[in-house]
Unconditional design. Structure first.
Length: 144
């Protein structure tokens, strides 16, 4: 699983880029809105486990993985709100700003050959590699 790591004051936070990118693609298609819960500006994806008869949720766009569950929608909402309030308080106590969205920086590892091809394509387009890659990612999201 590809994660971005942020180290601050000896607290290590990880962000699942693949999961969040998949959510953004679904959101653009209008698919993701069916199973989303909102609280204080935070979004959570909700799933239902029919075998166990419980709802589970996972907060999206955070540096830290936060999940919660409930046997009813009311119980799920309460656990979600508690989890967010607890997260905000823990960040405050640790001197960390709560992460709500991606910060706009991504470490991207490419093979040397792909890197060279992308660099040539960017230069041919009269763009920096950063701008060219950002455009390529945006085009892929729109096409999905």
């Amino acid at each position: 699983m590809q994660k971005t790591r942020l180290e601050k004051k000896d607290v290590i936070l990880s962000f699942d880029i693949i999961q969040f990118t998949a959510f953004l693609v679904q959101l653009r298609r209008g698919e993701a809105l069916k199973n989303i819960m909102r609280y204080k500006g935070y979004l959570a994806r909700i799933d239902y486990d029919e075998a166990d008869g419980v709802f589970s949720g996972s907060v999206l766009g955070l540096a830290e993985r936060i999940s919660f569950h409930g046997a009813s929608v009311d119980e799920l909402r309460g656990d979600f709100e508690f989890a967010i309030d607890h997260y905000i308080a823990a960040c405050r106590d640790a001197g960390i700003n709560p992460q709500r969205q991606a910060g706009g920086r991504v470490l991207l590892r490419l093979s040397a050959e792909t890197h060279a091809q992308a660099l040539i394509a960017a230069q041919a387009a009269g763009q920096s590699l950063n701008v060219w890659l950002a455009d390529a990612v945006q085009q892929r999201i729109v096409a999905s």
